[in-house]
Ligand binder design. Structure first.
Ligand code: F6R
Length: 368
């Protein structure tokens, strides 16, 4: 059942080109600039989509991180004000909600207790609710008014991998569809962004051929006690996700930070023993994050950059580089998260940890 892979997690990492494609297949047609989203149950009416005043995205853990990624998509593509919250916080705050608010809950299992409670709260306030789920017929998918499924197949490894990329894919498609319906994107832009998604599985496949290069880096850093993960803009949530992966399966302390926040405190942590994984792909904040890593390097930190293949400069500015195929920045989290998943996997493997069943963790958190 592991298809020859040593662990479910590794199998699930390598499945992602296919699970991403399974999630967008039949939903997007880049040449024609068309998006079809077969909603289960009621259909979201075009009139409603045009009138959404704001979105609250609510989830836990890795699903929360995919929510943070999609905030950029709903804002930049669809121009809808979007907030993202952790379910266990959302449910105990006095959130201001009304019928024009759409509450999106994201859950691989569809059974997470806090996320389910947040969904019920949103319904009780009269909000429309949409769930992004992987498990068909799960509690959350049954109780939400609308559902969009990720088609990832069962995720067995406790550390979530393909569910994250499936969620980002589904939300990317949704944000593009709404952007076009709300006349926030032209057909030309829509086609361009659909094509970017279409090409992702091939690019991930290409990268995965060099997975061993990440293994080599893992060997250098497996004995470290702390890691910093830096990103900005749409790759800031990916930094959080990379740090979460390494924490949960290697038991190494790691923190994800928005790189621009470094000088407001965390830079004090940096010394020669601190590896810093930085996502520095091309995009609107490229120059900014370059200067952030230069500051970190000047203080003795060891920089492991995740960068575009075409980046000729990055080799001089960092100590190690993991090159990934070039992508548009808005689709890049689907690419940049892959090396971070692999890095956590290989470090866990080297340390002899239980990769698929890390201590103290359960696959589905059905109690508060
Ligand atoms: C991290 C992980 C957890 C889950 C979280 C939410 O690798 O697996 O953080 O992402 O418990 O679970 P779902 O998505 O099932 O609601």
């Amino acid at each position: 059942e592991k298809d020859g892979y040593k662990h479910f997690m590794l199998k699930e990492i390598f499945e992602q080109p296919r699970t991403i494609e399974d999630t967008f297949r039949g939903r997007i047609y880049p040449d024609e600039g068309r998006v079809y989203i077969e909603e289960v149950k009621l259909k979201l009416k075009e009139e409603y989509i045009k009138n959404i005043s704001n979105i609250y995205i609510v989830a836990c853990g890795t699903s929360y991180h995919s929510g943070l990624v999609s905030k950029f998509l709903f804002e930049s593509f669809a121009k809808i004000p979007t907030e993202v919250d952790i379910a266990s916080e959302f449910r105990y705050r006095d959130v201001i909600l009304d019928e024009k608010t759409l509450v999106v809950v994201i859950s691989q299992s569809g059974e997470t207790a806090d996320t389910l409670a947040a969904l019920r709260l949103a319904k009780s306030k009269g909000c429309q609710t949409l769930a992004v789920c992987n498990v068909v017929g799960s509690s959350i998918s049954r109780e939400a008014m609308y559902v969009i499924y990720t088609h990832c197949g069962p995720e067995i490894g406790v550390a979530s991998t393909k569910a994250f990329t499936g969620q980002v894919t589904a939300l990317y498609v949704l944000a593009l569809d709404w952007a076009y319906k709300r006349e926030a994107l032209t057909i030309k832009e829509l086609k361009k962004y659909l094509k970017e998604l279409w090409e992702i599985p091939l690019k991930i496949n290409e990268f995965l051929k060099n997975a061993e290069s990440v293994h080599d880096i893992a060997k250098v850093f497996a004995n470290k006690r702390d890691f910093l993960y830096l990103g900005r803009h749409i790759n800031y949530p990916v930094a959080l996700e990379g740090a979460l992966k390494i924490k949960e399966i290697s038991y190494i302390h790691a923190e994800g930070y928005a790189a621009g926040e470094m000088k407001h405190g965390p830079i004090a942590l940096i010394d020669k023993s601190m590896p810093i994984v930085a996502i520095v792909i091309k995009g609107r904040i490229y120059e900014k994050i370059i200067s952030n890593i230069e500051e970190a390097k000047a203080r003795g930190g060891t920089i492991i950059a995740v960068a575009d293949q075409s980046d000729k400069e990055i080799g001089n500015k960092s100590n190690y580089v993991i090159y990934v195929p070039e992508t548009d920045e808005f689709v890049s989290p689907l690419m940049t998260v892959i090396p971070l998943q692999l890095l956590a996997y290989y470090i866990s493997l080297i340390l002899g940890c239980d990769v698929d069943q890390p201590r103290n963790l359960a696959k589905s958190v059905t109690v508060e």
